[in-house]
Design a protein around this ligand. Structure first.
Ligand SMILES: *Cc1c(COP(=O)(O)O)cnc(C)c1O
Length: 348
């Protein structure tokens, strides 16, 4: 954190994070519940998310790259970290250095590299139809993985957030391809997959989005709590005369005399232009609509209903993820991971 307080804060609700993890764990029945903390913990800060979830009993974490893994080392005792992008030649030094993380191997080349270097425990990703990362489920996975010390056999669901038959197709393929393999555990479900029921849980689940308050499927909505609230400071308060235009390209024309507050947040902070004329700031009970276009570092909101709002006051942005997603045209994932680096992260 800089030696002075930034004019932007991410308010992060620790109780909500833990409550979301506990709900997901409960939904998973007897399966262990892990946590995807890639992309810096979906924008919340991976190190702090890991620490808090580990305190709550979470043991199984997932990042995308070795740079992300390295930033979390050394790992606490009993904490396991899987690197989803596998292992490139450039990663081998850190992967073999014994920091406690292991690769999720996805290609025959990665497997050969790991085996050739005498790498120890690893995970294996199998593609069951998403056609993203993983060994093809039609390949001879048993031969490919022979002799490896596999901790987790994984696959990833393409459309668990929708009600389509393809999830069951992937499930069937995963059962089939893993039935002849030896591994300590299997894992298929992301946040949405957990909601699909016990057939999808196996021994370990891997939620990300839902931990951070994203709603992966409608049935989870009433159980998950918002974790992230961006807050910005008022830089200026001004009066706008009827007929004046506001912001870049004058997208908003004042229909009457009104007051505006200029806030210290913009698209460089992940508050993207989809919120132009549609987003909402919140002051107590009052909702302050965004006026005109979002700038790079600034936002103009209607402050007519809050005559007491002053320079230096803090406002929250409405960041209820499904609602903000509908307002902005961004996915809930993008709303979290796009949050920029100018925020002070304030866990409460
Ligand atoms: C990101 C990711 C997850 C978590 O997915 P959510 O939809 O955020 O719950 C799980 N598994 C893999 C392989 C991932 O890449």
């Amino acid at each position: 954190m800089p030696p002075f307080a930034a004019p932007l804060r991410l308010r992060l609700d620790s109780d909500a994070l833990i409550s979301n993890w506990n709900w997901l764990r409960g939904q998973g029945g007897s399966a262990r519940c892990g946590a995807a903390i890639k992309a810096d913990g979906y924008g919340l800060g991976a190190a702090e998310v890991l620490r808090q979830l580990a305190d709550a009993g979470c043991r199984d974490f997932f990042v995308a790259t070795w740079a992300e893994a390295a930033a979390l080392m050394p790992l606490a005792d009993g904490v396991s970290l899987s690197v989803l992008h596998g292992v490139r030649e450039e990663d081998m030094a850190i992967a073999l250095a014994g920091g406690g993380a292991r690769p999720a191997l996805s290609t025959p080349d990665q497997i050969a590299r790991w085996r050739g270097a005498g790498g120890g425990a690893c995970d294996v990703m199998i593609d069951t139809g998403m056609n993203r990362l993983g060994l093809d489920w039609c390949a001879d996975v048993s031969a490919l993985t022979r002799g490896l010390d596999v901790v987790t056999l994984m696959s990833h669901l393409a459309s668990a957030d929708e009600d389509i038959a393809f999830s069951a197709v992937q499930l069937g393929r995963f059962v089939e391809v893993t039935s002849g393999l030896t591994a300590r555990q299997r894992s298929l479900a992301n946040s949405a997959g957990i909601c699909l029921g016990r057939d999808y849980h196996f021994e370990l689940t891997r939620p990300g989005l839902a931990l951070y308050g994203g709603i992966p499927r409608g049935e989870a909505a009433s159980h998950l709590r918002q974790v992230v609230t961006p807050q910005a400071q008022v830089l200026q308060r001004r009066t706008i005369r009827a007929g004046d235009s506001v912001g870049y390209n004058g997208l908003f024309i004042a229909p009457r005399d009104m007051d505006a507050a200029i806030l210290n947040i913009g698209y460089a902070d992940g508050y993207l232009r989809g919120f132009s004329c549609r987003g909402v700031a919140v002051a107590g009970e009052q909702r302050l609509p965004v006026l005109g276009r979002v700038s790079m570092d600034l936002l103009i909101v209607d402050a007519s209903a809050t005559p007491e709002l002053r320079e230096g006051d803090w406002l929250s942005l409405d960041y209820d993820l499904p609602a903000a997603s509908a307002q902005s045209g961004l996915s809930q994932y993008e709303l979290l991971t796009g949050l920029g680096s100018r925020f002070d992260r304030l866990w409460v």
